[in-house]
Design a protein around this ligand. Sequence first.
Ligand SMILES: [Zn+2]
Ligand SMILES: [Zn+2]
Length: 622
Amino acid sequence: MEIFDKIKEGLPPDADISDTSFEGSEIVVYTKSKDFYTQNGMAVRKLVDELKKRIEIRPDLSITMEIEAATAKIKEIVPEDAKIRDIYFEPELGKVIIEAEKPGLVIGKGGETLRTIKSTIFWSPQVERAPILKSDIVSSVRKTLHSETKYRKDFLNKVGMRIHAPKKPGEQWIRLSALGGYREVGRSCGLIQTPESNILIDCGADVSSNQYPYFNAPEFDISKLDAVVLSHAHLDHSGMVPFLYEQGFKGPLYTTAPTRDLMVMLCLDYIDVCQREGRFVPYTSKGVKEAVKHCITLDYGEVSDITPDVRLTLQNAGHLLGSALVHLHIGDGLYNILYTGDLRYEKSRVFEQASTDFARVETLIIESTYGGSGDVLPSRMDAEKSLLTKVDKVMQRGGKVLIPSFAVERAQELMIILQENKFDKPIYLDGMLWDAAAVYTVYPEFMSREIQRKTFHEGENPFLSPIFKRIASQKEREEVMNSKEPCVVIATSGMLIGGPAVEYLKAFAEDPKNGLLFVGYQGAGTLGNRIQKGWRELPVQTENGKTTTLKINMEVDTVEGLSGHSDRAKLINFIYKLHSRPERIVLCHLDPSKANDFAKTLHKMFKCDAIAPRVLDVIRLK
Ligand SMILES: [Zn+2]
Ligand SMILES: [Zn+2]
């Protein structure tokens, strides 16, 4: 490739280059010169400026220190306080990965320690944060990536070749096909097409009705798909990503690292739940593993070419760990699309509010879950106050509070609200909540400045507070059920459709001292919905399959405003605060009854085209 020749020409003759290859949009140069490997700053910076590409210099295997000796050296150089958990080598890439509880201490002030490692062992060191709570999810994802190094080197090189392919001449146009999640909530999926590119944004499943995106739409052809971009891990956005890979898709999946890990957790659970309930499962765990193998993670604000004419940036969406607004810059300066995924434009305990920092946005595709004229959510402050008062009331009378919750988003928010308000009774976490919290401890960089400050400067990660107790067995569960101590139990599922929450409900329901607190939406027809609507005698299944009546004597209450979404006023405020005024607004992720009114309002307010397409509609954006 021409670009490789330019690099060889641009580097000094004593650089002793042994190989050049792509790693996605980046270029990696392997050198046999120890001097050039450790001191190449000026030469490389000049090339980067000239070529506008990221270039990384890595050691050729011939100059790296022997693995055992290198491991010993690393342990010698890195201070013990860093608590190194694991060191592993990827010879194909000239890399050594150091997994530590305190990555900052492996890096050192201004990168000093890392530079010492580099110039001592001549491997390219990379640091990863070890999960402080044991996380099977994070370790299995890392294991998969590590064991597939050879495959990934080849795969990333192919991705790079595709990105750097010469551009096609001729007219430019951009189309959006609504494959799912338009005038509905669930199975979110949009296809962006240009003469050069086919990019899928989100690929969700509607898990309650087993509905999937329209893969049979004439626009969609899996063999022509270049890339998938995933906004966040909720199944209505990620649930069918593994399906694509099980069907043989071998292109890249762009998302943040925490979204990748949470997606694995939620998709594996989805397979599990379907199998248990005897429902059709669209893919197996193989599809999930394949998705991980093809994942290219980006940090917030990192800009990456993903096809010859599309450049991607992900920014904080404030919705859950790793959730991102997806910005696509198409053709050099031609057009910009911002897709919000799910968004919260208000600071919470765990996240900053969604970013509005985009230099240009011509089409805004915005989730409008709470875009209805009657959709007013209380402020975060009021919601917190209401939660604390309601929990406290039950504690005062010596009862227990059950909070049914989804595994991610709401549960972690609740944990931090209680922890920050110095709640002093035990908080039991049951179901997938604990695994999710463990993933949260790995990625403080993706959370609020407050949590980062606590984690990095005060060395205390709020998720590790001793008030949180994990329930991992039936025996522990029964102990909590039988104990007389006041406590809070947060358990899945969020709408009481199975999961440990239902078991706690059965145990707590008859005692009027106890409380049941809903903090999230209760879908029509669910047990949670019935209780919320006032049903107090409910048919439930016993262990041996018989039906009995469950009497609800416990106090039932709801706390509004802890949602990971924004209400109508905040959505409008988000658009208003965007640094660039869009010329078109496309609504998605909303109930059809809200669509016309919200589109009309936005049209009037922002004097732009505002539409709410149906699923299978195709819109020409440019
Ligand atoms: Zn979501
Ligand atoms: Zn969603």
